[in-house]
Design a protein around this ligand. Structure first.
Ligand code: CUA
Length: 309
């Protein structure tokens, strides 16, 4: 699997390739015309007298040339735009993504179990297949942008929009909220993980499972701390405490690469630090801290969450 890309100049999907071609063609044409205009300006400043056929220069360079060039670019870009992926859920794998301040709730429908599976901040998709993201927002306007795969799409409260993605090769593609949405807009990242189709199926089947049992003393202590601290008021762990959708679903939180929407690498130590004082890592985040927890309980809770693969 290739490394994490976050670049509009390294397309790895159908729409992103077309968009980057637009950018290069427009940039190239603009650069050539800019250089030609600068050269003409230099020549005109060097000579004193009025040039021969001045009207021809004005009419040709000021009217005819832009009309021809802009019409050609407009025609080409209109033709090429028609080849962007159709924005439809037909024949596509549909995943629903809800933007919240400041993270992404990602929901799948598992055909095998008929169950809804919720995860956060990571969108796993199969390579080579069209994926339709049904997008909406729970609070303010956000915008989903995974530059290596597709263009941007605004996520507006009360309105469902959609974005078609297709990854051509396996990899991890970083995305970012692209619409200012409050204090932690900058720390509202996501990752699209493109897997071979059979790996994707295996991933989905694992995610459909309820949480792993807490089968030793430390894990049992961690699970008890989760309930005592009333974490379930905001977080669901399927099989332990279900119902709330305020914060990310933690059923398989240990399988994710990051916590805090790309803010920290996911590890027992960062989990512990986050639970104790999330405001230190992401000021303004809606999760309250638990600085009154004693060290051993905090460590047990972080160990339990890390084990929820
Ligand atoms: Cu969400 Cu910016």
């Amino acid at each position: 699997m290739t490394g994490t890309l976050h670049s509009a100049l390294e397309p790895a999907g159908w729409d992103a390739a077309i968009i980057s071609q637009f950018a290069w063609v427009m940039f190239g044409a603009g650069a050539v015309i800019f250089a030609a205009v600068m050269a003409l300006l230099y020549l005109s400043l060097r000579r004193q007298e009025r040039p021969a056929r001045a009207l021809l220069w004005i009419g040709g360079g000021g009217i005819a040339f832009p009309v021809v060039v802009l019409t050609a670019l407009l025609g080409w870009s209109t033709w090429r735009s028609a080849q962007l992926a159709p924005q439809t859920s037909r024949d596509a794998l549909t995943i629903s993504v809800t933007a919240k301040m400041w993270w992404w709730e990602v929901r799948y429908h598992d055909p095998a179990s008929g169950r809804e599976i919720a995860t956060a901040n990571e969108i796993h998709i199969p390579v080579g297949r069209s994926v339709y993201l049904g997008l909406n927002s729970a609070d303010v306007i956000h915008s989903l942008w995974v530059p290596s795969l597709a263009g941007k799409r605004d996520m507006v409260p009360g309105r469902v929009t959609g974005l078609t993605l297709r990854a051509d090769k396996p990899g991890i593609y970083r995305g970012q909220c692209a619409e200012y949405c409050g204090a932690q807009h900058a720390k509202m990242a996501l990752h699209v993980v493109a897997l071979a189709p059979q790996e994707f199926e295996a991933w989905l089947a694992r995610q459909a499972q309820p949480a792993r049992p807490a089968d030793n003393a430390i894990l049992a202590r961690g699970r008890a701390a989760f309930l005592e601290q009333r974490c379930q008021a905001c977080h669901t762990i399927r099989g332990v405490a279900e119902g709330s959708r305020l914060g990310p679903d933690l059923t398989h939180v240990g399988s994710r690469m990051h916590i805090g929407a790309g803010t920290l690498r996911n590890h027992r130590d960062t989990l512990g630090g986050w639970i104790a004082d999330p405001q230190a890592a992401k000021p303004g985040v809606f999760m309250p801290g638990s600085q009154d927890l004693d060290r051993d309980t905090l460590r047990a809770l972080a160990t339990y969450l890390e084990h929820l693969k």
